[in-house]
Write a protein that binds this ligand. Sequence first.
Ligand code: TXA
Ligand code: MG
Length: 303
Amino acid sequence: MYVTLEEAANLLLSGKNVAVPTETVYGLAACCKDKRAIENIFRLKGRPRENPLIVHLSQSSDIYKFAELPVEFEALAKAFWPGPLTLVVPVDPDAVLSSVRAGLSTCAFRVPSHPLARELIKKTGPLVMPSANVSGRPSSTSALHVEEDFGSDFPVLDGGEAAEGVESTIVYFLDKTVVIREGAIPRESLSRVLGVVPEMMPRSNKPLCPGQSFRHYAPRAKLVIARGHHGAVVGFEDRDYGEGELYSLGRSDDAAGVARRLYEVLRALDRDGVSLASVDMEMPDTHLWSTIKERLGRAVSGV
Ligand code: TXA
Ligand code: MG
């Protein structure tokens, strides 16, 4: 059920959940102080309670109501907010509900750049928003995807197709800045602020939260890595897959376009009842391709 900005704000302020467009993927929103509405997010998504949520702000300066930022994070916020960067910082436990933080002493924050999201948050105050998909399914990049997962009665603020198509990049401060989830801002792009390309959080580190190891981004279809020649192929329109039925990610020289199409392609497999598809993983390991490869890798391996 499509709702207007005004209706979305009223629903949220009266304790309901609404799906909200952001520039990365659609979010499933609740007011950040509303215990019941937050509880309902976990129930609706089938999301484990140990997986914390991101608090979304309408402007960067609102972060100081919750937390202080390490100097490097100040610079990152200045350079990339509003936009697809999430900062995880220590917070005063009284400032953010425990259910939002999954009981951790840190909390994740971001200022989305989608104009509807920002307008909405101005009216409602900070919103928690996990991606608007049933847990373990591909994220939603359109209002239609939200309906696929939550039904046509579920309130959605339609903001068109998501401009980035993959989730925000999440950074964490661990004696130096590290990336804990690759996302719409490539790691390489963070170096213009940090001076170096930040590393991925070492795998040997114990997960910061169990949420990091949950199954993600996977369609129901079984995916295998191959440049397949029959059956369904997730691949590129400028490559030849013989007899394969192509689910096109776009052109192999257009990472931004591929990121935008990625979840629609994974969802299309399920819509068509495809049970087995091969995935062409031949793409670079750098920049936005690295994010795309990570998401496809998870969809293939089911972790
Ligand atoms: O682009 C995005 O970030 C989208 C849009 C809606 O903003 N949101 C999103 O939320 O992807 P979600 O819940 O699907 O993923 C957030 C991830 C969690 O899985 C968790 O791993 C991590 O953020 N996270 C949140 N709080 C954390 C914390 N305090 N420490 C470590 N990781 C945290
Ligand atoms: Mg998610």
